[in-house]
Design a protein around this ligand. Sequence first.
Ligand SMILES: N[C@@H](CCC(=O)N[C@@H](CS)C(=O)NCC(=O)O)C(=O)O
Length: 229
Amino acid sequence: MTGLTLYGDPASPYVTRVIIQAALKGISLRRPPVPGGNPRSAAFHALNPIGKVPLLVQADGTRLPESAVIAEYLEERYPEPALLPSAPWPRAVSRLVARITDCYISPSFRPLLPHLDPQARNPAAVAGQAETLARAFRALGHYMLPGTFCAGDAPSVGDCALAPYLQLLKNVIFPAFPEIPDPTLPPGRLADWWQAVSGHREFGACLREYDQAVSRFMAANRERLHEHR
Ligand SMILES: N[C@@H](CCC(=O)N[C@@H](CS)C(=O)NCC(=O)O)C(=O)O
């Protein structure tokens, strides 16, 4: 038993990044509900003043927020099986894929939500996000190394970061916006990569569970998410 607790809704791509990494490493995580019911509650802020999930809590009470930092910590704390390649260059590429996800894919998701309803859509705003995403997808295809996963033939931290985000976009964004094509559809590097992650036994199982959690979340919050902000 690791004595590790992970707080966070299973519909969060950041939480899922940690869940996938833990599953691939065979690390067990307790998953109680977020204190106070959500990350905005005073009870949760007392644990993590950043007010966001995931939050990793250790048996001694020490707490670590931020999915990228949690990923690095788990990698160092539980080095086997390694989720970073051994050579410096593929290690850098794996980290780059996680970075592209955080800096250039993630920021486009929330701004698209108010445009899910075609009646309330602002085509110029959607076109701007479509271009940002297309550039990020091109960059991923450009930098990913040969092999099945993003940095070789084994899953690594870059895959753990990117796959939940693409699963989220596949569930919510690509079906709603024809001007944002799904890059995981063949042919192409991202299509081959998607086949590898979704076909991997543990990785694929986590992605399918995540997809169901996103569907439940979207069904429960449809009205609120369509609102203009
Ligand atoms: N940079 C953070 C981002 C985490 C994040 O944005 N989490 C969202 C859920 S996907 C959150 O907790 N939002 C606050 C809320 O739901 O009130 C990370 O990588 O962990």
